[in-house]
Design a protein around this ligand. Structure first.
Ligand SMILES: Cc1cc2nc3c(=O)[nH]c(=O)nc-3n(C[C@H](O)[C@H](O)[C@H](O)COP(=O)(O)OP(=O)(O)OC[C@H]3O[C@@H](n4cnc5c(N)ncnc54)[C@H](O)[C@@H]3O)c2cc1C
Length: 532
């Protein structure tokens, strides 16, 4: 029976882009003058990781640097899982995309001769990070692109709506269901579209400790998976080792540059615990430092970033953003060690896409952090994510521009839109806590099994659509982490502590496969969902 409880908007010509971060904005601009509807859960400029990026964009544009050297660094960071052709292609397109951003008005810093200024970042073999006013890259990029989007008449922006489901006919995506972010009881809207681009960002907010905004809770990943899309490498989540623990959610970042300036990592006894763990001490790779910090906290010794000797009274002048975050939490970093913890920061996994950003479903593309291109492998190289977002957004726009879509797309409006029930109290907080404690920096079979059972039960039983989608995304991460019997890059298992060369391949999975794992683990009795 046709469903009457939702409105249908038919945009037969318009490409729909979900997400208003770098990937979504850039793709919409590149598609102009082709009509585009852009949907964003939060007002543009808010709720996007892009706005918070501090470092900048990696691009081998300086004299003496090369795309080959950039690709080699990317491959080395990715712990054996980077697709080398993809990494080289990305590095080669960086210069062209930086020039696009300049044309859209991004004020990248320049040197005295007027050339783009490039800075150095850990694990890059050359100075190649283009930036804006020191650590303000993300804010400046998003501000310039929003201005350009608002000035482009072919782009129609719908703010304050969450995409909560995709409609399919066979393996073709035909439309999507939206609901006002602030009113879960409101009637959903259904949009029919000839092509949909998901650019919904990452999953960090599925974790209790994260640097990501609340909108980064895996909803885009979940709706694609629920529609049957192939998902790649979901187990690989990068944790930033030094999130500042001053009671804020999301947690502010203490940039790695502080350790570059000589700040040390100490426990409550004042011991520099990284010295025993790696020859580079505090400057060891990000995943190793994250595990060191995690281990100190787990052992009850606490973890702190101590810049009192290295920076002291120069802290505020040299690191104003971090200084302000500390002061707002009652810590004076000039005289006191900063309490820290590892925080979910970046998702290497996502919706599997090919070199044009096409997913495994017809008429569905994905770009930016929600996608998995093969660039990052098991560990992202710093500042490659903004680059990947612009390169793939441009490729998606080009791929869509060159196509005509036969006949109007029609979502099946005979679908029954289920009632959306209220989020049970503490359900989201419990899920996030379980992600941090059971699917976090250090994993093992028993905790992953408990997490999988719990997420599968929520996914099956909850009547709240957002919670269900969060549980779907969480289940994908946990099930693939359970299935990878080794430690590699950001994925660390205490029961399989070494890298296994036989497992040096990317994960390609589906929600059906994750549910099968859950079913195999709950043959005896499924627990009640933790939200009951
Ligand atoms: C603190 C911080 C610092 C970082 N620093 C750097 C850096 O220096 N260099 C670098 O390369 N990378 C950095 N990163 C990573 C980088 O910022 C992100 O990977 C990148 O910005 C992702 O862009 P995106 O467009 O894919 O997603 P986002 O910018 O997160 O945008 C996602 C958009 O989708 C919307 N959305 C989400 N779900 C839905 C839904 N269901 N329906 C509708 N809309 C939805 C959101 O509201 C938002 O508009 C940093 C990340 C963080 C958190």
């Amino acid at each position: 029976m046709p469903n009457q409880n939702h409105d249908v908007i038919r945009n037969v010509d318009e490409i729909v882009i979900v997400g208003g971060g770098l990937a979504g904005l850039f793709c919409a601009l590149k598609l102009a003058p082709r009509p585009v509807t852009m949907i964003s859960a939060a007002p543009l400029g808010q709720g996007a990781s892009t706005a918070w990026a501090q470092g900048g964009i990696a691009a081998a544009i300086a004299e003496g640097d090369s795309a080959e050297a950039h690709a080699a660094d990317t491959i080395a960071a990715g712990a054996g899982l980077v697709d080398e052709t993809i990494a080289l292609g990305l590095a080669r397109e960086a210069g062209a995309r930086i020039h696009d951003l300049l044309r859209y008005g991004v004020p990248f810093d320049r040197d005295l001769e007027g050339r783009l200024a490039v800075s150095q970042e850990a694990a890059h073999s050359a100075r190649r990070i283009v930036h804006v006013r020191g650590d303000m890259a993300g804010g400046a990029i998003i501000a310039a692109l929003i201005e350009a989007v608002r000035a482009t008449p072919s782009i129609h922006v719908i703010e304050g709506y969450v995409a909560e489901a995709l409609f399919t006919e066979g393996d073709m995506v035909t439309g999507l269901q939206l609901r006002p972010t602030a009113d879960i009881a409101a009637k959903p809207l259904t949009i029919a579209a000839p092509a949909i681009v998901l650019a919904t960002g990452g999953i960090g907010h599925l974790y209790a400790v994260t640097t990501n905004p609340a909108e980064a809770r895996g909803l885009g990943l979940a709706i694609a998976a629920r529609a049957g899309a192939v998902i790649a490498d979901p187990e690989f989540v990068q944790f930033h080792p030094t999130a500042i623990m001053v009671g804020r959610d999301p947690a502010p970042l203490a940039t790695e540059a502080l350790r570059g300036e000589g700040a040390t990592l100490i426990n409550r006894r004042g011991e520099r615990f990284m010295l025993a763990r790696h020859p580079l001490g505090e400057l060891a790779p990000r995943d190793i430092v994250a595990r060191g910090v995690f281990a100190e906290i787990a052992a009850g010794r606490g973890a702190f970033l101590d810049a009192t000797a290295a920076l002291g009274q120069h802290f505020a002048e040299n690191f104003p953003t971090v200084h302000a975050s500390c002061i707002s939490g009652g810590i004076d970093p000039a005289t006191q060690p900063i309490p820290i913890a590892p925080a979910a920061h970046y998702h290497m996994g996502g919706i599997a896409v090919d070199a044009r950003g096409r997913t495994s479903l017809k008429r569905l593309w994905a770009g930016g952090e929600v996608s998995s291109t093969g660039t990052h492998g098991a560990n992202r190289l710093a500042s490659n994510s903004l680059l990947e977002a612009v390169v793939y957004a441009a490729r998606i726009a080009e791929d869509i521009s060159g196509r005509s879509f036969a006949g109007p797309a029609r979502p099946s409006i005979a679908v029954t839109v289920p009632r959306n029930y209220a989020m049970p109290p503490l359900a989201e907080a419990n899920l996030r806590t379980m992600m941090t404690s059971h699917v976090g920096v250090i994993r093992d079979r028993d905790r992953l099994t408990k997490a999988i059972r719990s997420f599968a039960a929520i996914e099956r039983d909850t009547g709240n659509i957002a919670l269900r989608n969060m549980a779907t995304a969480a289940l994908l991460v946990a099930a693939s982490a359970w299935a990878r019997h080794e430690s590699r890059g950001a994925h660390h298992r205490t029961d399989y502590p070494s890298e296994n060369p036989d497992l040096a391949r990317r994960t390609m999975t589906t929600l059906a496969a994750a549910r099968e794992i859950a079913a195999s683990l709950s043959e005896r009795a499924l627990p009640q969902p933790m939200i009951a």
